[in-house]
Ligand binder design. Structure first.
Ligand code: ATP
Length: 452
């Protein structure tokens, strides 16, 4: 059965429920820029937490780092970004639009959108020119003494330039890794497809330093690990695949790259890249800085430049994939229902507390007390506005796995109902056991009820 989800439906739900808004909207918006609202922030934090958990907390061989967004400009010369981080672009002298030279067959002509650029008589395209994707800025208060710098286009280089500091202090021997989550900036000119491609985005990157002879093995290992991370968090297997890059697609630093791709409504697209970067980065920074970035065994005296395997993912792009995969529509009791079947660990709110008759002070009081108890353990929400059906629908749309309803029967026998987002089952449980019932259910293994 084909998915009912489209990008328009995701954009609309994200906005309606306050996950993601167009940036600077009151000024007409800024292309390829988005702001995250309350639920978007909570969900993004969950994605990042699951990544850090898998990379750092559950392992002994990876440590964390948070490096600066603005690094010494020579970092980007040494890394090859000043000369190499560019897309070939063509301009149309007639419609004044700019296109990626390698994606003309997917672009719309500025004057006649049913055609591709170059296909109409009026199209007047320039030769492709290299256009650097880095945003530049200027450091220093005085114009004459200031100098140009860049906003980082990836978090990886902050890891390489800290290799010596971290390797010494963490007392790690290859294979070991350094993980970082942080903002990156790219002057992207291709249309964004919502948060799939934005000017400003968060990356989750891990550089894994290995003995050169083991690079291929670890490259395979990290492809497997990262695939299973998405599967564990509920993405359907049929919507994930690994695609190895052809030789001509490889970046300047890479000897092999595989993308984990997701079947977005726009088609199969990169979710994460896993690259074998060889010793390119450590050697380049050693040469440019004069500081030897190598592994030295303090006991045996062995020394070598480790090779690097890098899994690099985007927070926003992952969040989009999780939302798309979770989006579902069904008809229940002749009424349409939209539900985000998110893995409970990713859901922004874990439990909603709903007093059935809010103007009954006893019911409201019991509900409020339960909410106060629950919010200490998990992200909970108290909702007393509108019909109960509408409140359920709101929670379904933000993916809240459980809703607890307090009603008149609660006042008689101290029980409440717990409603399951996916099965819609409702069960009466004692109010005193509500906290542990929610925590137990959240800890259960979860599999999407959507067909694979
Ligand atoms: P693409 O081919 O889509 O431009 P890329 O191969 O340049 O991506 P990488 O440099 O490998 O991307 O970055 C690693 C990850 O960072 C990507 O897999 C993606 O999830 C995320 N990412 C890269 N560019 C953007 C962007 N402009 N907006 C949002 N996320 C991005």
């Amino acid at each position: 059965m084909p998915d009912s989800v489209t990008m328009e439906k995701i954009v609309s739900l994200a906005r309606r429920r306050g996950f993601v808004f167009p940036s600077s909207e009151i000024y007409g918006g800024l292309g390829s820029s988005y702001d995250y609202g309350h639920y978007g922030v909570l969900m993004k934090e969950n994605v990042k937490a699951r990544w850090l958990e898998a990379m750092v907390r559950e392992r002994d061989d990876i440590v964390a780092l948070d490096s600066s967004i603005i690094l010494h400009p020579r970092v980007w010369e040494a890394s090859g970004h000043v000369t190499g981080f560019a897309d070939p672009l063509v301009d149309c002298r007639f419609c004044k639009r700019r296109y990626r030279a390698d994606q003309l067959d997917q672009a719309e002509c500025g004057a006649k959108p049913s055609k591709h650029p170059g296909e109409t008589e009026k199209c007047d395209l320039t030769e492709p020119r290299q256009f650097n994707l880095m945003f530049s800025t200027r450091i220093g208060a005085v114009e004459e003494t200031g100098f140009d710098a860049y906003l980082r286009p990836e978090t990886a280089q902050g890891i390489f330039v800290n290799f010596k500091n971290v390797a010494q202090i963490a007392r790690r021997k290859p294979p070991f890794g350094i993980a970082q989550i942080g903002k990156a900036f790219r002057n992207e000119i291709t249309p964004g497809n919502f948060i799939f491609r934005t000017l400003e985005f968060e990356q989750m990157e891990m550089e894994y330093f290995v003995p050169p002879a083991e690079a291929e093995r670890w490259y395979r290992y990290w492809i497997e690990e990262r695939m299973s991370w998405y599967l564990r968090l509920g993405i359907r297997e049929s919507h994930l695949r690994v695609r190895a890059h052809e030789a001509e697609e490889l970046s300047h630093y890479s000897s092999a790259t595989s993308d984990i791709e997701y079947l977005f409504p726009i088609g199969w697209s990169e979710l994460e890249g896993i690259a074998r970067r060889g010793d390119f980065d450590l050697r380049a920074h050693t040469e440019a800085s004069g500081t030897k970035l190598e592994w030295v065994d303090s006991e045996g005296g062995e020394r070598y430049v480790p090779h690097v395997v890098e899994p690099a993912a985007g927070v926003g792009r992952s969040l989009l994939a999780f939302m798309v995969d979770a989006y579902d529509e069904e008809v229940v009791a002749e009424r349409p229902r939209t539900v985000l079947r998110l893995h409970p660990e990713l859901a922004p709110v874990k439990v909603a507390v709903l007093p059935l008759i809010p103007r009954n002070p006893e019911i409201a009081g019991r509900a409020r007390a339960l909410y106060e108890e629950l919010r200490r353990a998990v992200v909970a929400e108290y909702d007393d506005s509108g019909q109960i059906g509408r409140r359920y629908r709101r929670q379904d749309e933000i993916g809240t796995p459980f809703a607890l309803t307090i009603d008149e029967q609660t006042l008689e026998d101290d029980t409440i109902t717990i409603r399951d987002r996916d099965s819609l089952s409702q069960e009466r449980i004692p109010i005193s056991g509500a906290r542990s019932a929610v925590l137990d259910r959240l800890a259960h293994e979860w599999k999407t009820p959507k067909p694979d």
